[in-house]
Design a protein around this ligand. Structure first.
Ligand code: NDP
Length: 333
């Protein structure tokens, strides 16, 4: 079985040489364990943070050890009656072709509702993140104008659609480049789309939302957050979900220079981490499954093939090579 190790801690943008593919032999599962063939592996922005040796809400990756992350696979050997051979399971030992996992740490998923990899996207962590952000953190009210950055990505493309379902009247998204902004409008149902690479974010936002915005779902931070604060209406809510524009930064990123506006506008800015909201996973899964069954949620995947491409997939995602969820396919199962 091959697995991806982090062999040096990146400074700035990670380089392919910071990673190595290592061949290993796995022991048979012990009592209470299962052996999983990983069919799909997730690459996610938070993994960039785990490459640094700093204290955070998830521990750093260890050098010369396999990296970890979400994966969906098939149980090929089992020493646990609860998780028999053939089960499709979700677990945290991605970045490798095979994983030996405690049965208590896998979740059996229902691959009849949606294909298995959906549990890494719309029915998994990114979907729940979008939902929690717009229901608990920066709740959308009927008639709101909502702005989502990183809108063509896994979380953002769902956030835009979920905002509408929660009653938003006008939904605006930003992404990099004309092709992505076209897709925001034509495929993901955004009313207006901003190409942040074209510059003048505040001007573009003012044009897209002449009366201002009520809710901002922030995936990007930096200049996006500053522009959103400028465009917020009184009593506006901002869900601080991520700040990908700063994940490779080697210097502290400048703060929004207009934060004082939050006072007069009575804004709420609230950060969150999805794993604190596991209580919402059940209710969200139910709603998402019914939206999927109705064909009322457009999901998109960008797929790279094989463990050899996993690092490229991650690096590509950090640069915007994906529309929707970036996935690594390891097996055709
Ligand atoms: P995406 O699928 O959105 O992929 C990342 C995207 O970021 C790229 O496609 C790229 O799109 C965009 N991007 C990269 N650099 C920049 C930049 N400098 N400025 C603007 N956009 C940039 O990833 P996810 O949907 O998985 O994650 C989106 C955000 O949500 C991230 O910030 C992530 O950390 C956060 N997150 C937070 C969670 C939480 O619990 N708080 C849970 C899950 C995700 P483009 O081509 O448009 O530039």
């Amino acid at each position: 079985s091959r697995e991806v190790h982090l062999v040096s801690r990146p400074h700035g943008e990670p380089k392919p040489s910071d990673f190595e593919i290592v061949e290993t032999t796995l022991d048979d599962p012990e009592t209470g364990q299962v052996l999983v063939r990983n069919d799909w592996v997730s690459v996610d922005p938070y993994m960039r943070g785990r490459m640094n040796d700093v204290k955070s809400y998830v521990p750093p990756f260890q050098l010369n050890e396999p990296m970890e992350g979400g994966a969906v696979g098939t149980v090929v050997a089992s020493q646990s009656p609860e998780v028999p051979t053939g089960s499709t399971v979700l677990h945290d030992l991605g970045w490798r072709e095979y994983a030996r996992v405690d049965a208590a740490k896998v979740r059996t998923v229902d691959a009849t509702i949606a294909p298995p990899q959906a549990y890494l996207g719309v029915l998994g962590m990114p979907g729940l993140t979008a939902y929690v952000g717009l229901t608990e953190i920066a709740p959308v009210a009927e008639g709101d104008t909502v702005f989502v950055s990183g809108a063509a990505g896994a979380v953002g493309s769902l956030a835009g659609q979920i905002a509408r379902k929660l009653g938003a009247r006008r939904v605006i998204g930003s992404a990099g480049g004309p092709e992505k902004t076209r897709r925001l409008r034509e495929d993901f149902g955004f009313d207006a789309a901003i190409d942040y690479r074209a510059g003048d974010l505040p001007g573009q936002l003012a044009e897209a939302a002449p009366k201002g915005i009520d809710v901002y779902f922030d995936n990007v931070g930096g200049d996006h957050l500053e522009a959103a604060i400028g465009a917020m209406r009184v009593h506006g809510r901002i869900a601080l979900c991520g700040a990908i524009s700063a994940y490779n930064a080697t210097e502290p990123a400048p703060g929004p220079n207009n934060l004082v506006l939050a006072v007069g506008k009575r804004l709420t800015l609230r950060g969150f981490i999805v794993m604190d909201h596991a209580d919402q996973a059940g209710p969200y899964a139910q709603r998402a499954a019914s939206w999927l069954a109705e064909g009322a949620l457009r999901t998109e995947e960008t797929i790279v093939e094989g463990i050899d491409q996993a690092v490229d997939g991650f690096l590509g995602m950090m640069r915007g090579a994906n529309t929707g969820k970036m996935l690594v396919r390891l097996s055709d199962a």
